[in-house]
Design a protein. Structure first.
Length: 202
């Protein structure tokens, strides 16, 4: 893995908000006794005890319980591609992320430290870095934001009239984040077709 790729992963994690960090850590670190499995993704379980606290964070929003499960499935599928593309995260990368959060969000990190072990916190941060690396790699080599993708995006959201007359570069400049998210979502749809996803509980 190149140094540049690792740097991108670290920068991605540093851009996460305090709220997002707490929600994402809850997904994989919840140490609840209840171990009801909702879904397995290529054999990797998603526990009800992991999803419930995240849902509580979004309970006043339009995000549903099912959406959180589906997003978690997509995230796991992306992370599972890392070995295929020889991507990995070093312990030094994790150390840097931990130091960043200790300095930037000391109270939140202290609360996490009182609830979870350092090993658990490191595992989740490592997963977030790895997710970022695989996502960036996919956008560069697999699901490129090209003319075809832009056309698919435009039709999917009914933006033909609004974006008529704009060049691809202008659209990419204005909707860069949205196009990247859409490209990754299209890729994960393909990953789902090849994956063994088993829903085991409602």
């Amino acid at each position: 893995m190149s140094g540049a790729t690792a740097d991108r992963g670290v920068k991605f994690v540093k851009k996460l908000t305090c709220f997002l960090l707490s929600a994402m850590i809850a997904v994989c670190l919840c140490a609840c006794k209840e171990q009801s499995i909702l879904v397995t993704v290529n054999g990797e379980p998603i526990l009800k005890a992991e999803i419930d606290p995240v849902y509580e964070e979004y309970i006043e929003s339009d995000i549903t319980y099912e959406q959180i499960i589906e997003d978690t499935i997509d995230e796991i599928l992306v992370i599972q591609q890392a070995p295929k593309y020889k991507l990995s995260v070093s312990e030094a990368d994790v150390d840097e992320s931990i130091e960043f959060y200790k300095i930037t969000y000391p109270e939140m990190y202290q609360e996490l430290s009182e609830t979870y072990t350092e090993k658990e916190i490191r595992k989740k941060l490592k997963d977030r870095l790895l997710f970022s690396m695989v996502r960036d790699y996919a956008l560069e080599h697999i699901c490129l934001v090209d003319h075809q993708l832009i056309q698919t995006f435009t039709k999917a959201y009914g933006l033909e009239e609004q974006l008529k007359g704009y060049t691809d570069e202008q659209i990419k400049y204005t909707l860069d984040s949205e196009l990247q998210d859409f490209a990754v979502k299209q890729w994960t749809k393909d990953l789902r077709k090849q994956a063994e996803i088993v829903y085991t509980a409602s």
